[in-house]
Write a protein that binds this ligand. Sequence first.
Ligand code: ATP
Length: 360
Amino acid sequence: MASVEVRGVRKSFGAFPVLHGIDLMIEPGDFTVIVGPSGCGKSTLLRLIAGLEDASGGDIVIDGDVVNNVAPGGRDIAMVFQNYALYPHMTAAQNMAFGLENTRVPKDEIRRRVAAAAETLRIQPLLDRKPREMSGGQRQRVAIGRAIVRDPKVFLFDEPLSNLDAALRVQMRIELAKLHHQLKSTMIYVTHDQVEAMTMADRIVVMNEGRMEQAGRPLELYHAPRNTFVAGFIGSPKINLLPGSVQAIGSEGVTIALSVGGTLAAQVVPGDLRPGNEVIVGVRPESLHQASGSEGFAARVDVIERLGNETVVYASLPTGETIIFQDRGAGSIGIGSTVRLSADPEHCHLFHKDGTALSR
Ligand code: ATP
């Protein structure tokens, strides 16, 4: 188990800046998931930690040592890639043992470690097969096995489940979480899939355009997003973001006149907010409920998704934008009907016009 610290790390490819100064502390044994949209710089950050790229500025610190000038092989880390990167002419067992063969680890010990990793990953029957004789999920297990036998200080995963079908991804997600629980190693995992992040992470780091937007425990990011980007990225279906202006500030919270008509109230600390200020209200689909009278705001139902365990409704606002909410009324809503929606003030997030959140 080792800590990993990223201190003021910058990276440019030629004149093109990709990372603008990342500061991150990963505690020993933590499962940290770095998540963000395609191109935001997640893989580059992981490759810098691995030593596969050099930083343009700042330090990478593993277990207290600055490793900027240490080659990847000397960093005691193992990386698992999206494309598995197995040698096609070697069996699973040979692929797993390969990284250790030129080290001082004795042959018996290598055999023991391969057998133990195969048992952990339940791939004993595959040990004599070559990659072309295995499914994608099996290859990915072998790739993970190759990382385990090295018994590294830190595991790095770069979108390891992206090439697997949806059902296998769910299964492997659970297995990776179990593996982390069993090995208790420091793991850093990169994905663009916020569901993977929410389900596996001890701590999530949300990145956007080469910057870190927020780091925290999954539910902390869900319930207290620092800005509209994090609010929109974490959570599925997505949070609804409704522009409006402050109508009144009272002891109960802030009442907002929505641009689409109607009002919502948010229980936040108003700070220097004044009536008339432009703001954005964030409401998650599960926090919206059908309202009576003149409460809330109106929307016209377009699509109803009955998923069995929940019903998700997509409705149009007078401005043409879509609002998403969960229907708990056991199928009482019809397509084309108009509904009034509202939310409890404690479930409404409030953001300044520039996207930064007001605290609760
Ligand atoms: P994805 O989820 O699509 O893999 P990412 O968040 O991991 O995206 P990176 O792969 O880190 O993003 O890439 C960040 C930016 O850096 C992109 O604009 C990419 O085109 C650029 N980039 C990455 N590697 C290089 C390279 N070797 N040379 C030039 N530009 C690069």
